[in-house]
Design a protein around this ligand. Structure first.
Ligand code: PBG
Length: 364
C-alpha cells in the first residue's frame, strides 16, 4: 500500500499519474469506440408517424417545421422514401374535417373513412410495410377528448366526465374497422381502463387474431403534445363543466409506480408491446418498464420534443443531425426496442449514409 503510494507520488512529481485503469483507452479511436459501444440504433428500430387529411394538397405544420399533413398520394411517397432507407413501420394520424366530428366520434369507425382508405392504399402498394394506427377518439371528437363526454350522477351531484366504458365500446369498433382495412398493429392511446382487454376480445371474436396491440401503457398528461394538437386541430375545447385537459385519463408526470400498475394490466389484458410517452423526459420510465416486462418496449418521441430540436437547430444553436441521433440512441440505451419519431425518415437516411461512409473508409 505504502509502496504504491510512494510510487504514485514519484510519478506525479514527474508529471504523470500511475493509473492501472484508464477508461479513455476504450475511447481512443472510432474502431475501438464502435467495437465497445453497448447500444446500436438501426433504421428498423424506427416507426414513422404520418399525418394525413382527405384533401389533395400538402399542409405545412407551423409548430413542426419540415412536417406536413399529407394527402393520400403524398403519404404514399413518404412511405416509399422511408421504406427505401429501411423504415418498415409507419403509424397514421388523421386530421378529420370538423364537419365529421361529434361527441360520439362515430366517424372513427366509418369503413370508408380516411384511415381505412389510407391503410388499404399502403398495404396494396407496400405489402411488407407494417401499418400501425392510433386508437383514440380525439381526432374525431367535437370535444377534443380521447373519449366521449357525458354526465354521471353521484347522489344529487351531476358531473361531466370522460366516460370510460362507453368510450371503450367505440374504441373496439375503431380497432375492428382498422383491422378490417388491413392494419397490422393497433395502438390505443386513449388511456381508458380495460381497453386493451376489450379490444383484444373484439379482434379475436372477429378472427383478427394476427392483429397486434401496441398499448400506450404509460402515457402522461404532458405539455409536449401541443404541436400534434395544432396539426390535427384536436385540442380539448372550452365547454363549461368539462375538464379542458386530459388529466383524468392520462398519467400524472410525477408517477412511476403507476406506470408499473398500467404495465401489469396491459400485460394481463393481452398487449403485445408496451409504449412510454413522451420520450426524453421519461427515460426512467422506459428503463423501469424494460426491467419489469418481457414484452418489447416502445417509446414515442412526441411532437413537442421534435419542435424543440427543430427550433434550436433552426436558430443554429444545436446541430440537428447529432442531436437527433443522440436522442434516439439514448432511447435505445434506456431500454426501448422501437422508437416512434417524426425524424424516422431522416434518421434512417443518416444511419445508412453513415454506414456507407464507414464502409468506404475501410476500403481506402
Ligand atoms: C391521441 C394522441 C396524441 C398524441 C398521440 N396520440 C395527443 C394527445 O394525447 O393529446 C400525441 C403525439 C405527439 O405529441 O407527437 N390520443
Amino acid at each position: 500500500q505504502r509502496e504504491t503510494k510512494t510510487k504514485q507520488k514519484e510519478d506525479f512529481s514527474k508529471g504523470s499519474l500511475s493509473l492501472p485503469q484508464r477508461p479513455r483507452r476504450n475511447r481512443k479511436s472510432d474502431a475501438i469506440r464502435s467495437l465497445t459501444r453497448e447500444t446500436i440504433l438501426l433504421p428498423q428500430h424506427l416507426v414513422y408517424p404520418i399525418f394525413i387529411h382527405a384533401d389533395s394538397y400538402v399542409k405545412p405544420i407551423p409548430s413542426m417545421p419540415d412536417c406536413q399533413v399529407h394527402s393520400i398520394s403524398s403519404m404514399l411517397e413518404q412511405v416509399d422514401m422511408a421504406y427505401r432507407w429501411g423504415v418498415q413501420n409507419v403509424i397514421l394520424f388523421p386530421k378529420i374535417d370538423v364537419k365529421l366530428k361529434s361527441n360520439t366520434a362515430s366517424e372513427c369507425y366509418n369503413p370508408n373513412g380516411l384511415v381505412p382508405q389510407a391503410i388499404s392504399e399502403i398495404k396494396s402498394k407496400f405489402p411488407k410495410v407494417m401499418v400501425w394506427t392510433d386508437i383514440a377518439l380525439d381526432p374525431y371528437s367535437s370535444m377534443g377528448h380521447d373519449g366521449m363526454v357525458g354526465d354521471i350522477v353521484q347522489g344529487k351531484q351531476k358531473q361531466s366526465v370522460i366516460l370510460n366504458d362507453e368510450t371503450v365500446q367505440q374504441l373496439c369498433r375503431q380497432a375492428l374497422c382498422h383491422a378490417a382495412a388491413g392494419a397490422d398493429v393497433v395502438a390505443p392511446s386513449d388511456m381508458m381502463d380495460g381497453r386493451i382487454g376489450a379490444i383484444r376480445m373484439a379482434l379475436d371474436e372477429k378472427g383478427y387474431t394476427y392483429v397486434s396491440i401496441c398499448s400506450y401503457t404509460a402515457k402522461y398528461a404532458s405539455s409536449f403534445y401541443g404541436p400534434f394538437r395544432d396539426a390535427l386541430d384536436s385540442a380539448p375545447v372550452d365547454i363549461p363543466g368539462v375538464p379542458k385537459d386530459k388529466k383524468t385519463y392520462q398519467m400524472d408526470p410525477g408517477n412511476a409506480l403507476e406506470a408499473l400498475r398500467e404495465m401489469e394490466l396491459d400485460e394481463h389484458e393481452g398487449a403485445d408491446m408496451l409504449m412510454v410517452k413522451p420520450g426524453l423526459p421519461y427515460l426512467d420510465i422506459i428503463r423501469l418498464i424494460r426491467e419489469n416486462t418481457t414484452l418489447p418496449v416502445v417509446v414515442y418521441q412526441v411532437s413537442g420534443e421534435y419542435a424543440m430540436i427543430k427550433a434550436a437547430t433552426q436558430q443554429g444553436w444545436l446541430d440537428e443531425k447529432q442531436c437527433v441521433m443522440e436522442s434516439l440512441l439514448c432511447f435505445r440505451r434506456a431500454g426501448a426496442n422501437a422508437i416512434l419519431t417524426y425524424f424516422a425518415k431522416d434518421a434512417a437516411q443518416w444511419l445508412v449514409e453513415q454506414d456507407d461512409i464507414a464502409r468506404k473508409s475501410f476500403l481506402q
